[in-house]
Design a protein around this ligand. Structure first.
Ligand code: KG4
Ligand code: ZN
Length: 357
């Protein structure tokens, strides 16, 4: 039996301190040995959003024992680790620096390779943690900071097909929740409230619905919610607005995903049509169901990470580490933290102002 790589992943780009050990079995399927996540939600709740200084302090306080816990839980020894992969961006620089510096120091002390990971690539590869996935695939990345359709051609090769021109989808969920008086982060609560409401009560705008290819926009939707929320008097109206918001999001995603399918098919000579949905918002069951139905209609195989791996975690960072380790794609210890780091770096300067990286 050959020795399979053992990778330590570390994540601290925003408000989760996380560490994970993964390896793979004889069939080459990844095996998550431990996946420890410490969320800072309680710290940031009273401020209605993530406070970078407080987030960084908390990462500094917790990183040592989170990594130790991940190693202990894995049942492996420190010396068995083959490489250390840390998130190097995008994210808050004061937060990134904690996990990145820790990972570099750890790699240096163990004399093992260091791998700098793009957090978005972690989300993009997260479904590989529980299903065998062949390239190329179409990825819809929906998180608190990003909303993009990407043609994933292979590890490290991404072509952007569409992006939000203003707010990210997770941001739209969180802002809607805030306007309805729900504590940060309210995204998951909207899904729960929507179940009690009438989705047809409010007619909300769908910006750039009939133009812009598979680009998306959510800012106008948020403004409409702001206007309506001022006149809300009952809980039922609140539930109805949450339901109407979510219905509008589903309609936007349905239409834009269909357009993205067409673009993806034009760019690739496909034997198999695969659609992957990843990022925190991919935990939303109504979105999963709608996109799964669309895939059935359009003959796509739909792939979702398990709900617990949709949000930020270190197993997905270790997953990228594992693939890069096998290709010997290592980084030097002077690799910087990159607060802005697009997956498709060649597209950065082409898109113009207003387009989120
Ligand atoms: O990927 P993630 O954990 O962090 C970033 O990299 O941004 O995504 C967090 C986002 C938040 O905006 C959160 O409200 C949203 O994902 N989210 C949801 C749900 N669960 C998390 N949005 C809608 N429905 C959910 N069930
Ligand atoms: Zn994320």
């Amino acid at each position: 039996m050959s020795k399979k790589p053992l990778i330590l992943g570390i994540e601290s780009s925003c408000d989760e301190t996380a560490a994970s050990l993964i390896t793979e079995n004889e069939q080459g399927i990844p095996v998550v040995l431990s996946n420890i996540i410490s969320s800072q939600v309680e710290i940031h709740k009273e401020f209605g959003g993530v406070v970078p200084e407080l987030a960084a302090r908390s990462h500094i306080e917790k990183i040592d024992w989170i990594v130790k816990k991940a190693i202990d839980k894995s049942g492996r020894k420190i010396d068995d680790i083959d490489a250390i992969a840390s998130t190097a961006g995008p994210g808050l620089i004061v937060c990134l620096s904690v996990g990145l510096s820790f990972g570099k120091a750890f790699a240096n002390a163990l004399n093992k390779p260091f791998i700098a990971v793009n957090h978005l690539e972690g989300h993009a590869l997260s479904p590989k943690l529980n299903s065998k996935l062949n390239y190329p695939y179409l990825l819809l990345l929906i998180s608190g900071g990003h909303t993009q359709f990407l043609n994933v051609q292979k590890l490290g090769k991404y072509k952007r097909l569409g992006t939000t021109i203003d707010d990210a989808l997770g941001e739209a969920f969180d802002k809607t929740a805030k306007l309805l008086g729900i504590e940060f982060p309210g995204g998951p609560q909207i899904e729960i409230l929507a179940k009690k409401g009438n989705p047809d009560r409010y007619d909300l705008p769908k910006p750039i619905f009939n133009k812009g290819g598979c680009n998306l926009s959510f800012a106008g939707l948020k403004t409409a919610i702001l206007r309506i929320s001022k006149n809300i008097k009952s809980d039922q109206e609140k539930f109805d607005l949450a339901a109407s918001f979510q219905k509008t999001v589903l309609e936007i995603l349905y239409k834009k995903t269909k357009i993205a399918f067409g673009e993806f098919e034009k760019q690739n000579n496909l034997k198999q049509k695969i659609f992957v949905v990843a990022g925190g918002v991919a935990a939303n069951k109504d979105i999963r169901t709608m996109l799964n139905n669309l895939c059935n209609e359009e003959n796509y195989q739909s792939v979702f990470p398990p709900v617990e791996l949709c949000g930020d975690n270190a197993a997905m960072i270790a997953m990228v580490g594992l693939e890069k380790f096998k290709l010997k794609q290592f980084n030097n210890l002077d690799h910087p933290a990159k607060p802005r780091w697009a997956l498709d770096e060649d597209a950065v300067f082409l898109k113009g102002a207003g387009v989120k990286l």
